[in-house]
Design a protein around this ligand. Sequence first.
Ligand SMILES: [Zn+2]
Length: 381
Amino acid sequence: MPSEARALDTLDYFERNLPAYLEDLRQLVEIESPSLEPQGLKRAALWLQTQFAGLGELRRFETEAGTVLRLYRRGSGPRVLLLAHYDTVHPAGSWSRLWREEGGRIYGPGIYDMKAGLLFILWALRYLVSSGREHPNLEVLLTPDEEIGSRSSRIFIEDAARGADYALVLEPPTGSGDLKVHRKGVGWYLLKVHGRAAHQGVEPEKGVNAIVEASQLIMQIIRAQDLEKGTTLGPNVIKGGTTGNVVADYAEVLVDMRAWTLEEAERVDRFMRGLKPRLSGARLELEGGLNRPPMEPTPESLALFELARGVARELGFDSKPGKVGGGSDGNFTANLGVPTLDGLGAMGAGAHQKSEHVIKEALAPRMALLAELLTRLTRDA
Ligand SMILES: [Zn+2]
């Protein structure tokens, strides 16, 4: 059978099974699983475990952040890592209705980021098993803490990445539906400024004003951005001082850092570590650093993208190589040199907001893309 006819066959499977997929998705979305609520995470992990059981060798690991699920399924050719997270940013009870269909869209907490995409993996596996089609060696990793920086699951992601030839990430595509090959690196810094308190009315000259010091540091930090290169530094939280008539003896600034390249991230890091106070008697402390290194495109990741794009075209849609300022767990796999393709999840919009939704009619084609891409990764891209 020519590859295009086979792709359309695959699409047909997902169109026929869309109601069953949607039932699974509804169940998973209705189990609210915010990153910091262990009960919800536990219920979601148990549900996932039940669904994935029988599709491979399933192992669970308990971490501080919740359960990490790893599934191995033997195939032929390269090893492909499939990555998804099941935590969401929405506190339990914050949505009045957990599932709402309206005008071709389905709304729900975490549906777009990224429960719909996570279940693409489940259904792609079901398709591969039921159709008997050839597939690569697969490892699926489902994690509970992506939305809070993947602190506990990072070692599992990196461990799995070390054994993988390719990594596929089921985060949503860009707003226009493009798969993602380039993500900014993300970091944060907490700059703590220590000054000295004094009575503002009696002897202000004896104080060292930490807020004044912090202010001039912030202006230096702003100037270290390189907007042309897309390197940004956002001093987005500031705290300090005690009361109006006391010279502020302490202030702190939380700075968000993003850069397209490791070179830029490292430049900024050196700059931040080199900051010096200007007021005599002031002292600085710095916490934080680069959390997710940039996911930079490589010839190998672009070849992987082109393979996926070819499949997408057979299925009737197109994609450009997308880039976004947000990070994902794909940043970790790319940083280890694994060709990584992200944005293979569901089309939609409104991530992290009450308007979060997926586009119903785009679900089956995107699932078909993942499943079909897997069958073609039995050879090297
Ligand atoms: Zn996400």
